[in-house]
Design a binder for this molecule. Sequence first.
Ligand SMILES: NC(=O)c1ccc[n+]([C@@H]2O[C@H](COP(=O)([O-])OP(=O)(O)OC[C@H]3O[C@@H](n4cnc5c(N)ncnc54)[C@H](O)[C@@H]3O)[C@@H](O)[C@H]2O)c1
Length: 469
Amino acid sequence: MSALNINNLQNTFQDALNFGGSPGAVSTSPTQSFMNSLPQRLNAAKQQKVLKPFSTGDMKILLLENVNQTAIEIFKQQGYQVEFHKTAMGEDELLGKIKDFHAIGIRSKTKLTAKVLEQAKNLICIGCFCIGTNQVDLNYAADKGIAVFNSPFSNSRSVAELVIAEIITLARQLGDRSIELHTGTWNKVSARCWEVRGKTLGIIGYGHIGSQLSVLAEAMGLHVIYYDIVTIMALGTAKQVATLDELLNKADFVSLHVPETPETRNMLSAPQFAAMKDGAYVINASRGTVVDIPALVQAMKANKIAGAALDVYPNEPGKNGAGTYNDDLNSWTSELVSLPNVVLTPHIGGSTEEAQTAIGIEVSNALSKYINEGNSVGAVNFPEVSLRSLDLDQENTVRVLYIHQNIPGVLKTVNNILSNHNIEKQFSDSNGNIAYLMADISQVNQSDIKQIYEELNQTSAKISIRLLY
Ligand SMILES: NC(=O)c1ccc[n+]([C@@H]2O[C@H](COP(=O)([O-])OP(=O)(O)OC[C@H]3O[C@@H](n4cnc5c(N)ncnc54)[C@H](O)[C@@H]3O)[C@@H](O)[C@H]2O)c1
């Protein structure tokens, strides 16, 4: 892939100043905004130089699957050309189209296979406007020097709020009362219905979602304990416990927020249900494999567990529709749905308008930063490298972005090429077979740029090069 457009060589510093969309001016996700603004605040007296990879008219982005409108706005603010489609594209359609684009934004339905990526001659980066990245051949993309970004944490708050709702729903048997009334039965009962105030919530996995949940639960008067494989500082008055058993012995509500790993598979099974308090509740909005559902069914039938809320399942239907959640999917389905006080939701923990907006902002900012500055922090298949921005007074400074095979001796060759100039700063990192070098070099004039590009282009380990100035 040749990322250097020869027209760039005519780009002047004044062009860069006229460039409308400063990456620093782009709005960021709420969780990032404060951290992102820190360097600007600390460096208020110095204005940042806006780097320019292509003339803005040249930068083409293909957005598929109705990605959030915020993404379109952010890319247009950058001056990029955006082609937007509401639906996914199949392999044949992509094969004819993808070569024209420098970036592509997808959700989960568009498959970016090796065959498609092979045709993506100009593609620099891919944005998955969702959590998962299985739809992209990540290794092939990395081998081609294409960085892939996603948005793993934009919906943490949405999941935490759903769990809060489920805690009260289970404690008050709201699901059952609602179903009864929908079918004409008035059943005003208070037996085994509880306030949540003063009860103990046990959170397994105190990461992005678990810790959000902790704060919300304390506000409702719950005591919070948590178990995690790493030691994590508690928020509020929550307390970390040393073992899973200790959590299970003490908690009235147990909520799981762990990733899917071999260690978390069937993390709650018959022995763990036996270790729980009589009448405890189980909530799983993490991954479908972490709860042994047949064992949960048995524990509920034995009145050991008083209720359960499940949002995720070992097998989930591929699309919405009646009759898709059945025994063919998971053999225990009909037994589970027949139990009282079981709240079942179709993997909607992160499905809110706010989460979609946050995903749109997070992924489009990540792509813009990578395109405009070379910053690959957050890439899932690629070395994560970043350099602080250039200042406005750094004229004749060029940022070199050199993606290469991770083999011995490459940096020696590259630094030899750059050594006629002042290397102001550089950072390199590797991930598997791929390595990525960012370097800011000063005292470079237009003819030097061309020469540097050509010399780097001839290095045998090169995968792709971009020069920003
Ligand atoms: N239901 C939904 O729609 C939805 C939406 C987003 C995320 N999720 C899922 O929620 C889960 C948590 O997401 P997150 O963003 O909080 O992840 P995270 O990576 O921020 O936190 C996970 C925590 O689990 C801990 N952990 C890992 N293995 C553990 C083990 N064996 N025992 C105890 N703790 C362990 C980690 O140390 C970490 O603190 C993930 O499985 C994610 O896929 C579900």
